[in-house]
Design a protein around this ligand. Structure first.
Ligand SMILES: Cc1cc2nc3c(=O)[nH]c(=O)nc-3n(C[C@H](O)[C@H](O)[C@H](O)COP(=O)(O)OP(=O)(O)OC[C@H]3O[C@@H](n4cnc5c(N)ncnc54)[C@H](O)[C@@H]3O)c2cc1C
Length: 450
């Protein structure tokens, strides 16, 4: 029987482990942390009655076009958990006020406050562009877009569609919730998203993403608190993976290894096995810092789930506000709710080391401007901060990724059975991380079965 070790029980690692375990192979997932989910592991706060409340640190938003999320839900017999936002579910700020937007059609984009009619008319170019670039646009193999990775999203969109569309639609559509900046992000981030998600709706997940990943891990052999420390090649082409746990250190042999950790950790663990071009790529991956304030309410000060996005051009401290009814959060009553204010990339970078009370006060102040009822009555307040939060897909990232994939393919052909997975290889969304794990599993299965 084939033995596979997956290092990392985040979305990518779990997505890699599931199909391999389903083949009947002996798959073990080593996870350094105390829970599964990685960066999406649930946050925990103490509710009004002293009970634990568990929630996704950023609130939960997926999309009805997230193919891998939908497939995972179907596998778990949980498709009913995804709920598309109704009319008014997506809003955007303009001149300090939030207005509902529906950006799923050209007419909808034309109606976004601040978008000029003449600029909106230029959007007819988008379908032509997407058609012309089709062979380069594959969300599951984004390196195919390397020839288009030559300029930033804002310059590209301003040139093709005009400034107002660039600032009020293209920027928010491709960057909200991702820590990426429209001034730096590659235009490919937008083009890839536009091919697959332009006509889709935002959606929430009942129980949250953290819960989904806990369910995805059920039935897998996951060793929590097991930190991989080194990978040594064996003469038979397999590997010996050393790890540490609270009880001591150990090691396990494997025919193949999936490294589903962040880029820096992958570089360290793969030292001596990865080719120079692969290590160079991993060294060049940049992560944006993230800061978010979550307020939990026993009685929510808003009606329905909603995401309010703030265009970066407005230079607010906020990237977005997520408003979720109690059902999406374990431990809150149905009439309760969660409001999450995510700081803008610039503000997060400047405030990542600032004390919680200062950050909390500032973010709560801007949140209350958009959701006045959130000013008072929160049952709990939670600040989530991470210095390496989301990978940045700046112009040039996909070209470097293409070089990485080329060398990676050569190594596979030479018989190396080490596979990498993670959001930094695909895109800054849950769906991308799941897709990247699935791709690693397919490549591994093809190599080991061949
Ligand atoms: C706070 C936050 C909220 C998000 N919310 C959303 C959302 O609402 N919707 C959406 O679409 N996307 C969201 N995303 C984006 C997306 O979910 C992430 O990009 C994705 O979860 C990344 O998964 P991953 O498996 O690549 O990495 P990770 O989640 O970082 O997983 C890597 C795992 O490897 C483990 N590990 C590291 N080193 C070792 C070692 N040596 N040995 C063993 N284990 C190790 C880590 O502990 C971790 O569990 C969010 C991201 C963040 C950061």
């Amino acid at each position: 029987m084939r033995r596979v070790l997956v290092i990392g029980a985040g979305a990518a690692g779990l997505a890699a482990a599931r199909p391999l375990a389903a083949k009947g192979w002996a798959v073990t997932v080593l996870e350094a942390g105390s829970s599964v989910g990685g960066r999406l592991a649930q946050a925990e706060a103490c509710g009004a009655g002293g009970d634990a409340v568990r929630f996704d640190p950023l609130g939960t938003f997926v999309s009805t076009a997230d193919r891998h999320v939908l497939a995972l839900l179907a596998e778990l017999d949980a498709s009913a958990r995804i709920v598309a936002l109704g009319p008014g579910g997506l809003a955007q700020t303009y001149r300090g006020r939030a207005a509902s937007v529906d950006a799923s059609s050209r007419l909808g984009v034309a109606r976004i406050p601040g978008v000029r009619n003449l600029d909106a008319l230029r959007l007819v170019r988008l379908d032509r562009l997407l058609g012309r670039y089709r062979k380069h646009l594959d969300v599951d193999a984004p390196e195919r877009g390397a020839p288009l990775d030559d300029r930033c999203l804002r310059d590209f969109a301003t040139l093709y569609f005009g400034r107002s569309v660039a600032e009020r639609w293209v920027g928010p559509f491709a960057t909200v919730g991702t820590g990426n900046r429209a001034d730096d992000a590659s235009r490919l981030l937008f083009l890839l998203r536009a091919t697959s998600h332009r006509a889709a709706s935002l959606a929430t997940l009942q129980g949250g993403i953290g819960r989904l990943l806990v369910d995805a891990a059920a039935g897998l052999d996951v060793r929590l608190g097991a930190r991989a420390t080194a990978i040594a090649p064996l003469a038979d082409g397999g590997f010996e993976v050393a790890f540490e746990t609270a009880e001591g250190s150990g090691s396990a042999p494997a025919d193949a290894v999936v490294l589903a950790v962040a880029a820096g950790a992958a570089r360290e663990l793969g030292a001596g096995i990865l080719a120079t071009a692969e290590t160079d790529f991993l060294s060049g991956v940049r992560y944006a810092p993230g800061l978010a304030l979550a307020l939990g309410f026993e009685h929510r000060p808003f009606e329905a789930p909603r995401r309010i996005q703030v265009p970066q051009v407005d230079a607010w401290p906020l990237d977005s506000v997520s408003l979720l009814p109690g059902g999406a959060t374990e431990g809150l009553p149905d009439e309760g709710g969660l409001a999450v204010a995510l700081a803008s990339p610039d503000w997060a970078e400047r405030h990542i080391d600032v004390a919680d009370d200062v950050v909390g006060k500032d973010l709560a102040g801007v949140l209350a401007r958009l959701v006045p009822g959130a000013r008072h009555g929160a049952a709990f307040t939670h600040i989530h901060r991470q210095s390496a939060w989301m990978p940045r897909f700046d112009a040039g990232h996909f070209r470097a990724l293409a070089d990485f994939r080329r060398v990676n393919g050569d190594q596979r052909r030479e018989g190396r059975r080490l596979y990498l997975a993670g959001d930094y290889l695909a895109g800054p969304w849950l769906d991308s991380a799941l897709g990247s794990g699935g791709r690693a599993a397919r490549e591994l299965a093809a190599d080991l079965s061949g």
